[in-house]
Design a protein around this ligand. Structure first.
Ligand code: ADQ
Length: 489
């Protein structure tokens, strides 16, 4: 009966992620203003036409009072968003603590924080308890809004405990979980005190997805080595129940970038940039200011290049755009000052009265400014120490049809598997190698640039975010149907 009142009778997709795709600002006791943040996930899911998507997540603000909560829920409902309210203490312990201080660095091979290795397990345990509690709060909201037949898609390392909580509510719920970061080697995952509990709860999902086959393989071997379960070509089996594990490499909405290059504002912006940097080659880095992005390593490699190639010193400029994130975490503050110090030193060393070799901006750019910058760039530098996929490399390629610039790409980004044939792949830890690749990129013939660009552009154009989301969701549906068939046989 319920299905009949739904528009077009589409199946509902409940997308559960830590953050809702909106930012909320309180205007009064019961009034809120909302702004949709156009991230990759949002545009990916806008493109999933067969499903009617709802979002469930934290709105990123603390709303302690009921009046405020009610008003926010109402405003969000118009955007098909459902809030999970987390108080400040939970956010501190779950989000800043367990998610960003433990899981994020560990999954990127940066290890566990030192103080947790020494006997101060209390903070680790209380953070893990808060993590589980927060995941349970997400599950409560999902369960409250769930209708039979809905597909539930959980996202990322914040919600590894969610599949288990959901299946405890309703074993028939179709639950998928996708990880946006790398899943590390089982030898790394083994060091996590809560290693088994997390694996078991992820395995409660019907389908588990990663960006690359390597991450999927790491996950399966963690399950076999740590839990003693059997890994099969399809996934992981536990007492006859199969959890499907597979790779679903994400993409971008490439047409959105390609179309933007025809917008007058973007064209004007490109013209200004070209005038500003006339006679110099433009190199570009766009990253969240995070240790996984290898920003200091990138800048040091650029310094080495300038050191060894005096003839290039006034002919090349590096624009590094770094959006600050997680600014209340001390390690991120340390990274910011470290980057500032290196940039200052290099500009002091190689700058002249009229020009500096590095322009470093601590902020995000709006979409149009970003597209213009991608389009005028000669060489993009993506030197992540580890990165689940890295969409900046895809966005750059999408904007390079005219220029056919070169992408220097870390072999430790998931994107190396898809854009490796067109990019110059580097080990970001090897400053000498990265410096040499800058020379190679700047001196590359037009013919070779064209050949490399063709390969990457074709990939970016044909592997879109929409396709990614559609594939995951239909695979989740199929997995559940197959499992039911297997049981009924
Ligand atoms: P991120 O670590 O955030 O994502 P990435 O995939 O590169 O990394 O996406 C960043 C997004 O933010 C891009 O769309 C980019 O345009 C935008 N951005 C970054 N810096 C910006 C700036 N200064 N100004 C404006 N916009 C900026 C996580 C994982 C990745 C994975 C994605 C998607 O860490 O490995 O590819 O999720 O799964």
């Amino acid at each position: 009966e319920r299905q009949e009142v739904r528009p077009y009778n589409r199946q509902r997709l409940l997308v559960v992620a830590n953050r809702l795709p909106v930012s909320a600002v309180r205007r009064g006791e019961d009034s809120w203003s909302l702004e949709i943040s156009a991230g990759g996930l949002v545009s990916a899911l806008l493109g999933v036409k067969e499903f009617e998507a709802r979002w469930i997540g934290w709105a990123g603000v603390n709303v302690p009072d009921e009046v405020g909560q009610k008003a926010l829920s109402k405003a969000l409902a118009e955007k098909r968003c459902i809030p999970v309210f987390l108080d400040e203490e939970i956010v501190h312990q779950y989000y800043n603590g367990y998610c960003n201080n433990i899981l994020w660095p560990l999954f990127h091979y940066l290890g566990l924080p030192q103080e947790d290795r020494l006997a101060t397990t209390r903070s680790f345990q209380s953070q893990f308890a808060a993590y589980k509690k927060a995941n349970q709060m997400f599950a409560d909201v999902v369960n409250e809004h769930y209708e039979e037949g809905d597909v539930v898609w959980c996202h990322d390392y914040h919600l590894m405990f969610l599949p288990k909580c959901l299946k405890e509510y309703n074993s028939k719920m179709k639950v998928g979980w996708f990880l946006h970061t790398p899943f590390p080697s089982s030898e790394i995952h083994r060091t996590l005190p809560s290693r088994s509990e997390l694996l078991r709860s992820v395995l409660a999902a019907d389908l588990v997805g990663f960006h690359t086959y390597d991450y999927a393989r790491h996950f399966v071997s963690a399950c076999t080595r740590i839990l003693g379960l059997e890994g099969t070509p399809e996934g992981v089996e536990d007492q006859g129940r199969l959890t499907r594990v597979a790779a679903f490499p994400i993409g971008i909405d490439s047409d959105r970038f390609i179309r933007a290059l025809e917008v007058p504002e973007v064209i004007q912006h490109m013209k200004e940039l070209k005038e500003r940097f006339a006679g110099r080659k433009v190199m570009l880095g766009v990253d969240r200011l995070d240790m996984i992005k290898g920003i200091p390593q990138k800048i040091l490699a650029f310094e080495k290049f300038l050191e060894e190639n005096a003839n290039w010193r006034d002919k090349v400029v590096l624009l590094q755009i770094a959006v600050p994130t997680r600014t209340d975490v001390p390690e991120y503050q340390k990274l910011t000052s470290q980057v500032h110090e290196i940039v200052g030193r290099i500009n002091g060393r190689f700058g002249t009265l009229t020009a500096v070799p590095i322009h470093h901006l601590d902020r995000s750019l709006d979409f149009h400014a970003l597209c213009a910058l991608y389009a005028v760039t000669d060489v993009a530098l993506v030197t992540s120490l580890r990165d689940g996929m890295n969409l900046v490399s895809y966005e750059f390629v999408a904007c390079q049809e005219a220029k056919k610039g070169v992408l220097i790409l870390s072999e430790f980004a998931g994107a190396a598997q898809s854009l490796g044939a067109g990019a110059i792949l580097v080990n970001p830890w090897n400053i000498t190698e990265v410096a040499a690749s800058i020379g190679q990129a700047l001196n590359m013939t037009a013919e070779e640039r064209e050949k490399r660009h063709r390969h990457n552009f074709h990939h970016v154009k044909t592997h879109t975010a929409q396709e990614w989301a559609e594939t995951f969701v239909s695979e989740l549906n199929d997995t559940v149907i197959e499992a039911q068939l297997r049981i009924s046989k």
